[in-house]
Design a protein around this ligand. Structure first.
Ligand code: PLP
Length: 379
């Protein structure tokens, strides 16, 4: 069988399962735009504060393009950093209360890079079963390098405690890795309990804060364990890239041994400049106002107890979830249906993401359409 017919057969079976996916054009600046000729409002983006379209963020990217050109040319350790990379790392480290930070081309690469740099063959890595695909793949790569992998059931800390104790008995060092906000459920990790287990077993805690825009500030000193914080520049910060921040020896080791840091071209100066400008907005009074506005939208759609801008509406069947998404599109609303393998079979869902850039009228339309379909999450 030729590779082409093998691939065509595989594509056919994905289609027969109703799991076919293809990107569609969205011509938009912010949440409102046109999709294939139709005016739509998107509730699909992770641009939580609307910073992709912030004038200061756009201006910073323009200035960086004019000053340093479009690309970085090579990896940082080969060609050198642009000053904006170093400045961004310094401010990310300060924001995350770490001594140092290192940039990656994406958040996905950051997770691969951190886990493969630190999880050597004398290490047991423990990972929450609902962690993001980039953590899962980082764990798989670590396992290929000889690390042991334990996946604990989401939200159940007893199996994690047992795994940490067993690893300690065998003299193995341990890493606990978790999203702080889970990307398909929008729920939060039990940070204090995770940190307490890490303190007890001298484990390194690696937190992925990609979606933590509404979460309380983490104080590494209060958590008390060794902590590395992974983040993305591509969601709340409206640009593209990833980073890790934390104690200098750990970050230095990542820079010196992490293949997704060493063997890849540095982030573009424009992306880094945009992220730096966005970070400054986020840490200003304007940023606090945007976060408050986002919180207000989340309160309306999911209630004040919901901890994140990711609001899942679990439907169950794949086809039913797709139909619900299509019906929302008929109302001019883009709300993606998330199906296996991204989520477990039987838990296909609509994933609503809210942004400070949504107007009150956008959220009215969403609430009205969800209510019309009998899918309202409102408290
Ligand atoms: C929890 C989590 N970590 C990491 C990533 C990857 O980040 P990036 O999009 O910057 O590669 C994502 C993106 O979807 C995510 O949801």
């Amino acid at each position: 069988v030729s590779w082409i017919s093998w691939a065509a057969d595989r594509c056919d079976s994905i289609q027969e399962l109703g799991r076919w996916r293809a990107p569609r054009d969205l011509d938009a600046f912010g949440p409102a735009g046109r999709r294939e000729g139709q005016h739509v409002v998107s509730f699909a983006s992770n641009d939580y504060l609307g910073l992709t379209a912030h004038p200061a963020v756009i201006a910073a990217a323009h200035d960086a393009l004019d000053r340093w050109g479009a690309g970085s040319g090579s990896a940082r350790l080969i060609v050198g950093s642009r000053p904006v990379h170093t400045e961004l790392e310094r401010e990310l480290a300060e924001w995350k209360a770490g001594d140092a930070a290192a940039l990656f081309p994406t958040g996905f690469a950051a997770n691969l890079g951190v886990l493969t740099a630190l999880a050597t063959d004398d290490v047991t890595v423990c990972s929450d079963e609902l962690n993001h695909a980039s953590i899962i793949d980082g764990c798989r790569l670590a396992r290929a390098r000889g690390a042991e992998l334990v996946v604990w059931p989401h939200g159940e800390l007893e199996p994690l405690a047992t795994a940490l104790a067993t690893a300690a008995e065998c003299g193995r060092r341990t890493i606990v890795v978790s999203d702080t906000v889970f990307s398909m459920d929008g729920d939060e990790a039990q940070l204090e309990a995770l940190a307490a287990l890490c303190v007890e077993h001298r484990a390194l805690l690696v937190l992925d804060e990609a979606h933590a825009v509404l979460a309380a500030t983490i104080d590494p000193g209060t958590l008390g364990c060794d902590l590395l914080r992974v983040g993305t520049l591509s969601k709340t910060l409206g640009s593209l890239g990833g980073f890790v921040a934390g104690p200098k020896p750990l970050v230095d080791l990542v820079v010196n041994t992490s293949r997704p840091y060493i063997f890849t071209t540095a982030p573009t100066p424009a992306d880094s400049a945009a992220a730096l400008a966005a970070l400054r907005v986020l840490r200003s009074d304007e940023g606090a106002a945007l976060v408050a506005r986002l919180r207000m939208h989340v309160d309306r759609v999911a209630g004040p107890a919901h901890p994140s801008p990711i609001v899942p509406v679990v439907i169950g069947g794949d086809r039913e979830a797709l139909e619900a998404s299509d019906r929302l599109l008929a109302h001019g609303l883009v709300v993606p249906a998330i199906r296996p393998p991204t989520v477990a079979p039987g838990t296909a869902r609509l994933r609503v993401t809210l942004s400070a850039a949504h107007t009150d009228a956008h959220v009215d339309r969403l609430m009205c359409a969800l209510g019309h379909l009998g899918l309202s999450r409102a408290p």
